[in-house]
Design a protein around this ligand. Structure first.
Ligand SMILES: Nc1ncnc2c1ncn2[C@@H]1O[C@H](COP(=O)(O)OP(=O)(O)OP(=O)(O)O)[C@@H](O)[C@H]1O
Length: 913
């Protein structure tokens, strides 16, 4: 079907001016019936009055007082004494007869049982059919074909009223015709008498039952459908005729009353439920449509609405006759009917003239259409369909834009790192000299032994200045007892502390600890840290020791070039080229280069060597990194190696082969743990296990990288030999050592862990692997914290705040061990050595807060380590310890070791306590 051609437009349509696709409201009529004999017998009174042709009034004084509306207006209202003919002529006829002009139409009767629906629809159907035949008679220039079908929906089952079998009809969705009713009889009408005959069959077939209100109540929804097809006789047989085809539906709905009101029981009650389901859906559809066609309209919720969908807001002209009983006893149902009518009159439909073309006419029409399209294609600026091409381009553009965003982020990060590095170099040239390191042509060289500073300095940004502890109000007068350590949560007023009342020293300590910035103050170690940051290219942190600023700058320029090239119009190929060239240049960590990622990943014990280039700790900037193979990244949760400890840290069991190894170095740790309940003391076993695991992975990765590297170029190999790590290791070790100490402090790493590390890992070349992985791990952790992110470690979430809290708890735990670990003389000696008045309050707490504070003073670090080692009952027994613990990691090419005297001497200091 399609739009009707001008030549086919019929007189009727020209006169009515409808069917042009414009919206038209549903016509809503209200018809009152007279009081029935039964109602009169019951002395029922009529409360309804049609005060004019469009307004119906409810005249019950009681109802008026209830505030309910009493007057309603519709397209037309009919009094009880009006004839059906009048209803038909003054409203329905126009719509019903649209069918002869190729426009679908539907006439509904809606109302409660016994209100006169069937009475009205019988008359309407008869008058319409009569007029149609009359029309046909008057228009013999056209050939008409009339078809009739009838169905009922009973208990949500569709039945064919013209078929003797009782089969249920299926509703099917046809891609061309829309919804069709399968196997519905479509009888071609011979004449008017034939139709009358069929109507009587329908009446006989329809489900009729008796209710308390209607002896012959229609229990089903009945739809009679008359389809009219017409063609101009002059074109018939010439192959180019067009046909108008449309249907008119006469719908006699079942009663809209509630089942209870019809005093229904048993079968009637079941019918009522189904009837109401269809009517409920009809009401919902009408209500939704009355508010505009927004959102989903639930036509499919009932057979009735599905079949009548075109009549409800679709391609049809629609009229609804709402029938009312005037009796006071039916007032509520009558009001419900009027409510439905009020909604219905807001619903619009969109009727069109339906034209069916013959095959020949269709071919002719299509040929015309092809010619039109061809001329459009040939014409300059043609509007041919570039859809697929444009879509592909859109995808490409989106991909490139995403890449540009990513590269911009990386560029900015690289710029900021360069700026930091330059600033640091500028600010700290003098410091470098003090520490025996100077920068020569962009490379850092060690210049003799560094001088160790003994002075304890506390930056205002550092952890709490322990000196402040003496100024805190004190509660206890004795040396910090366990109680005192517990009571630090609330310290009473000290008279000397003016203006201070009860406060929490825990809070004070916490505050001061938390004031420590993550970004290090400019200093020597900062240079090291910047150089060794995992965010820098591999050559800055890798084993080749090439700390070249120029190389970094080159990389930045490479990235910039790539970005610039991306901003130019380019094809997919150029984009790929840009990515490739960037990777080839060595890449920054946050680029698509995998080499840097490989370095980082090896520090994770959770990932096999195979995964070394698949994932990187998900930093803020990288989490949307498109170049990362998503499967592995999504599959594996990034975890830090288990080298920062807490309550959840793993302990080796007696079954573990390592147990006996490390227990021999723990003097009284177990006892301490049992006595004090210090479950937070990290075990040496888990420390060793984590370190070994990381080292293994790191070594495998380094080996893999070296193999690749060796195969790359011979020339490069020569250069690598010149930069033999054995030659550069002492310099690198010192830088790493200082940086690690800084990072421990910045990341609030456990003091026990620091102590284990500093006692076990020395400047032996065989330890370089541990130094490197520890440095990378800490750099990543610091970066993670500085971005406000968290890391996952041993299944626990680690944040800056949680690490501070853990460190504070550890210090408190260590303070509680003072009395048990050291004799009074030993304690006094330590207090003196650490500059703490032996009579001062909370001296134990003050001591532990001094430990590991001064990151620049190696003597302080060693002494701190010694105190902590004693407190946790850890003592070393000679150089063979590492071998016994299985920590000796000796890559074949590094068998020859070089040792630093300073680092080795630390052992002697530690044994002094
Ligand atoms: N306008 C009217 N004038 C005279 N009698 C009427 C009128 N409307 C209905 N009646 C009579 O009222 C009775 C009930 O009418 P009808 O069967 O049409 O109601 P209904 O709404 O179809 O009921 P149901 O839903 O139970 O089928 C019938 O006897 C019918 O002849």
């Amino acid at each position: 079907m399609g739009a009707m051609g001008a030549e086919e437009m019929m007189d009727w349509e020209k006169m009515q001016g409808v069917g042009d696709g414009t919206e038209e409201k549903i016509l809503v009529l209200v018809r009152l019936r007279p009081l029935s004999e039964k109602e009169i017998a019951r002395n029922e009174v009529s409360d309804w009055e049609c005060i004019n042709s469009t307004t119906i009034l409810y005249r019950n004084s009681l109802q008026e007082r209830s505030g309910l509306p009493t007057a309603c207006s519709f397209d037309r209202v009919f009094r009880g004494d009006c004839k059906t003919r009048e209803v038909y002529e003054e409203g329905i006829k126009d719509i019903a007869l649209s069918v002869v002009g190729g426009i679908n139409s539907t006439i509904f009767a809606y109302g409660q049982t016994s209100s006169g629906k069937t009475y009205t629809m019988n008359g309407i159907t008869e008058y319409t059919v009569a007029d149609i035949y009359d029309y046909i008679q008057k228009h013999d220039e056209r050939a008409f074909v009339l078809k009739f079908s009838a169905m009922e929906i009973y208990n949500e089952v569709v039945r064919d009223l013209l078929s003797s079998d009782n089969n249920q009809l299926r509703l099917l969705d046809d891609p061309e015709k829309g919804m069709i009713i399968e196997k519905l009889t479509d009888e071609i009408l011979r004449d008017w008498d034939h139709l009358k005959e069929l109507l009587s069959i329908c009446e006989a077939q329809r489900q009729i039952g008796e209710t308390s209100l209607n002896e012959k109540s229609s229990r089903s929804h009945q739809i009679l459908r008359l389809t009219i097809e017409s063609s101009a006789r002059e074109f018939i047989g010439k192959g180019n005729s067009t046909t108008l085809a449309a249907s008119v539906n006469f719908v006699d709905l079942a009663g809209s009353e509630r089942a209870s009101q019809a005093l229904s029981v048993g079968q009637r009650l079941k019918e009522g439920c189904h009837i109401n389901r269809s009517l409920l859906t009809l009401g919902t559809v009408i209500r939704k449509l009355s508010k505009g066609r927004h959102g989903h309209i639930n036509y499919r919720d009932s057979k009735l609405t599905r079949i009548l969908q075109p009549a409800l807001g679709g391609n049809a002209r629609t009229a609804i006759i709402c029938t009312l009983s005037p009796a006071r006893s039916h007032a509520e149902q009558s009001r419900n009917t009027l409510l439905f009518a009020s909604c219905a009159k807001e619903v619009s439909t969109n009727a069109k003239v339906n034209v069916v073309m013959s095959d020949k006419a269709l071919v002719k029409h299509l040929q015309k259409e092809v010619a039109r399209l061809e001329s459009e294609l040939k014409a300059p600026g043609s509007t041919c369909d570039h859809g697929p091409f444009l879509k592909k381009k859109d995808v490409q553009i989106e991909k490139l834009e995403k890449e540009i965003r990513e590269l911009k982020k990386q560029r900015d990060l690289a710029h900021s790192r360069i700026d930091d590095l330059l600033r640091t170099i500028e600010n700290d040239k003098s410091s470098l000299k003090v520490n025996g390191i100077q920068s020569v042509n962009g490379k850092f060289k060690r210049n003799g032994s560094s001088e160790l500073r003994h002075s304890q300095s506390y930056s205002s940004d550092d952890e709490s200045d322990p000196s402040q502890i003496t100024e805190e109000p004190m509660l206890a007068t004795e040396e910090d007892s366990d109680e005192v350590c517990t009571d630090v949560r609330c310290i009473e007023v000290d008279e000397s502390a003016k203006g201070r009342t009860c406060t929490s020293s825990r809070h004070s300590l916490s505050e001061s600890e938390e004031s420590m910035p993550l970004s290090s103050e400019p200093g020597n170690s900062h240079i090291v840290e910047q150089q060794l940051s995992p965010a820098l290219p591999r050559q800055f942190i890798g084993t080749d020791n090439s700390y070249s600023y120029g190389a970094l700058e080159q990389n930045i320029q490479g990235v910039q070039k790539t970005i610039d090239s991306l901003f130019k119009p380019h094809s997919d190929e150029s984009s790929q080229g840009a990515s490739t060239s960037m990777a080839a240049s060595g890449g920054l960590q946050l680029t698509r280069s995998r080499s840097c990622r490989a370095n980082l990943i090896t520090i994770s014990p959770d990932m096999g060597i195979d995964g070394h280039n698949e994932s990187t700790p998900p930093s803020l900037l990288e989490k949307d990194f498109t170049g990362r193979p998503e499967s592995v990244f999504q599959r594996k949760q990034w975890k830090l190696p288990p080298v920062i400890y807490g309550a959840g840290s793993a302990r080796l069991t007696r079954n573990d082969s390592q147990t006996s190894d490390y227990n021999c170095f723990m003097d009284d740790t177990k006892n301490h743990n049992a006595d004090d309940g210090d479950e937070d003391i990290p075990t040496l076993g888990s420390f060793v296990a984590g370190l070994r695991e990381m080292a293994k992975l790191q070594y495998k990765n380094q080996t893999a990288n070296q193999v690749q590297h060796t195969e790359a170029t011979d020339e490069k190999n020569v250069q690598d030999v010149a930069l033999d790590p054995m030659n550069d290791w002492p310099i690198k070790f010192e830088m790493l050592q200082k940086s690690i100490i800084e990072l421990w402090q910045a990341c609030n790493v456990s003091l026990v862990h620091r102590t284990y590390f500093i006692l076990l890992i020395k400047d032996d070349l065989t330890d370089s692997i541990y130094m490197e992985v520890e440095h990378r791990r800490l750099s990543f952790l610091k970066e993670t914290f500085s971005r406000g992110n968290f890391a996952v470690q041993d299944g626990r979430t680690l944040t800056l705040a949680s690490s501070k809290k853990a460190l504070r708890r550890e210090r408190e735990m260590l303070s509680r061990r003072m009395s048990k670990t050291f004799s009074e003389d030993e304690r006094n000696k330590i207090y003196e050595e650490w500059g703490i008045d032996i009579n001062s309050k909370r001296r134990r707490l003050r001591l532990v807060h001094l430990l590991w504070r001064d990151t620049e003073d190696m003597d302080h670090i060693r002494k701190s380590g010694a105190v902590v080692a004693k407190l946790i009952g850890f003592s070393t027994h000679g150089e063979a310890m590492k071998e016994m613990l299985g920590l000796s990691f000796m890559p074949p090419q590094r068998m020859m070791s070089r040792r630093s005297l300073r680092w080795k001497n630390s052992m002697a200091v530690m044994r002094s306590y």
